[in-house]
Design a protein around this ligand. Structure first.
Ligand code: ADP
Ligand code: MG
Length: 397
C-alpha cells in the first residue's frame, strides 16, 4: 500500500520559494502568499445556466515570495516554467510574453483600474498545482497575485471585488471568457468547508465538512479530447436557445416538476441537455443538504447520479472518465468509495471521488492497476482535504 500523506509538499514549497527568491534577487522576501487550486464536487455545467456549484479549494497551491524593489517595474520568475519577465509600470499594461505573465498583467491592470497605487516589486512563483490540469492554476495565479498586492500595499480588496477583478484579468488578458467559479473558490474557500456558490446571485455559503474519515481523491486521466472547446460552446448555445424556447431567462428558472412539459416543447437532444441542467441543480442543492446533515452515502449517490447525467444526457464524458467511475462503482462503499463523478468541462480531465481514508491505499492501488488494463497511460492521483482560500503566510511589514 502506498504511503498516503495529505499536503506533503506545503513546508518544502515555502522553503523552495524563499531559497529561489534569495538566489535570484539577492535578498530575503518580505512577504509570502499562497493561493489554492479548486475542484468542483458537484454542479457541473451549471455556472452559465446561473445554477449553484459546490467547489472546494484544494491543498495543491501556487506560492509567491515577494519584496518591494523600489523600481518602476515588476520582475517575475516562475520556477515551474523556468523563465521570468520584467513588466514596466511606466507604460500602459498590455498583453505580452511569456504567455503565463498575462494572467498577472491582467491583475496588475485591474489593480490600477481600481485606483490603487502599484509599487514596483520582485516575485518568485513556485507551485505543486499542475498547470493546465483542470484544477484551476490560472485562477490561483490571478488570486495569488491580487493577494500579493494586498499584502505589499496593505490595501485589501473586498473579497467579491477581488474574485471578479481576477475573472476579468482572465477575460481581458488571457482571452478566456471563463465563469467566476474558479476565482470565487480560490478567494472564498475555507479549510474543511465546501463552498456553495450561487452563480445567479453570487451568494456564497460555506458548509462545514464534518467527515474526518473521508477524503477527496482527484483522479486525473491525463487526457484532453479535442471536442472540449467546441462542445462547451455548443452546449452553452443549446441551453440558451432552450431557455428562450421555454420562455425563461435561464434554465435555472425551469422547475424540475415541469420537465415533462419541457419535453413536449423541445427536440430530443435539447430536452436531454435541459434535463441534465434541471436535475443537476436539484442534485447540487441536495448535496449541500446531505453535507449539512452528514448523509454521506446520499452525497455519494448524488455524485454517481451526476456522472450518469453528464454521460447520458449532457454527453460530455469520455471512455476514460467512464472507466474511472465504473471502477469506483464496482468498489462501492464496502470497498471505500462513496461516490465518484467527472469534474470540470469533460472530454477528459479529472474525476473526483469521495473515499474513506483508511481504505485509500487499497482504492488507489485497485484503480491504478485496473484502469491501466484498458488505458496504459494510467491515472494520476491527488488526495486532498478542503483547504483555505488564498492567504498571506508571512509578512515582515
Ligand atoms: P488550469 O487553470 O486548469 O490549470 P488553464 O489553461 O486555465 O488551466 O491555466 C493554465 C495556465 O496558467 C498555464 O498555461 C500558465 O500560463 C499559467 N500558470 C499556471 N501555473 C503557473 C505557474 N506556476 N507559473 C506560471 N504560470 C502558471
Ligand atoms: Mg484555468
Amino acid at each position: 500500500m502506498p504511503a498516503v500523506s495529505l499536503n506533503p509538499s506545503g513546508p518544502a514549497l515555502v522553503a523552495e520559494a524563499r531559497r529561489i527568491f534569495t538566489a535570484r534577487f539577492g535578498r530575503a522576501p518580505t512577504q509570502l502568499v499562497r493561493a489554492p487550486g479548486r475542484v468542483n464536487l458537484i454542479g457541473e455545467h451549471l455556472d452559465y445556466n446561473y445554477g449553484p456549484v459546490l467547489p472546494l479549494a484544494i491543498e495543491p497551491q501556487i506560492l509567491f515570495a515577494t519584496a518591494p524593489n523600489g523600481l518602476e517595474c515588476v520582475r517575475l520568475w516562475s520556477a515551474v516554467f523556468g523563465e521570468g519577465c520584467e513588466i514596466s509600470l511606466t507604460e500602459p499594461l498590455m498583453r505580452g510574453e511569456p504567455g503565463w505573465s498575462n494572467y498577472i498583467r491582467g491583475v496588475l491592470a485591474g489593480w490600477q483600474r481600481s485606483g490603487r497605487t502599484l509599487p514596483g516589486f520582485d516575485a518568485v512563483i513556485v507551485s505543486d498545482l499542475p498547470a493546465g490540469g483542470g484544477l484551476s492554476s490560472s485562477a490561483a495565479l490571478e488570486v495569488g497575485m491580487a493577494t500579493l498586492l494586498e499584502a505589499l500595499t496593505g490595501a485589501p480588496l473586498i473579497p467579491e471585488e477581488k474574485a471578479l477583478l481576477c475573472q476579468r484579468a482572465e477575460h481581458d488578458f488571457a482571452g478566456l471568457p471563463c465563469g467566476f467559479m474558479d476565482q470565487f473558490a480560490c478567494v472564498f474557500g475555507r479549510a474543511d468547508h465546501l463552498l456553495l456558490l450561487d452563480c445567479r446571485s453570487r451568494e456564497t455559503t460555506l458548509i462545514p465538512w464534518t467527515a474526518d474519515d473521508l477524503v477527496f481523491l482527484v483522479i486525473d486521466t491525463q487526457v484532453k479530447h479535442d471536442l472540449a472547446t467546441s462542445a462547451y460552446a455548443e452546449r452553452r448555445r443549446t441551453c440558451e436557445a432552450a431557455a428562450h424556447r421555454l420562455g425563461v431567462t435561464s434554465l435555472r428558472d425551469w422547475p424540475e416538476a415541469r420537465l415533462s412539459e419541457a419535453e413536449s416543447l423541445l427536440d430530443a437532444v435539447a430536452f436531454r441537455r435541459v434535463r441534465h441542467v434541471v436535475t443537476e441543480i436539484a442534485r447540487t442543492f441536495a448535496a449541500a443538504s446531505a453535507i449539512r446533515t452528514g448523509a454521506w452515502s446520499e452525497l455519494g449517490r448524488l455524485m454517481f447520479a451526476s456522472h450518469d447525467s453528464l454521460r447520458d444526457d449532457y454527453e460530455v464524458s469520455c471512455a476514460e472518465l467512464d472507466e474511472v467511475v465504473r471502477l469506483t462503482q464496482e468498489l462501492g462503499e464496502a470497498g471505500g468509495v462513496l461516490g465518484c463523478r467527472m469534474t470540470g468541462g469533460g472530454f477528459g480531465g479529472s474525476a473526483i471521488a469521495l473515499v474513506r481514508r483508511e481504505q485509500l491505499g487499497w482504492v488507489w492501488e485497485r484503480l491504478r492497476s485496473a484502469y491501466m488494463c484498458r488505458f496504459p497511460r494510467g491515472v494520476k492521483f491527488i488526495v486532498t482535504r478542503a483547504a483555505d482560500g488564498a492567504s498571506v503566510l508571512f509578512s515582515s511589514q
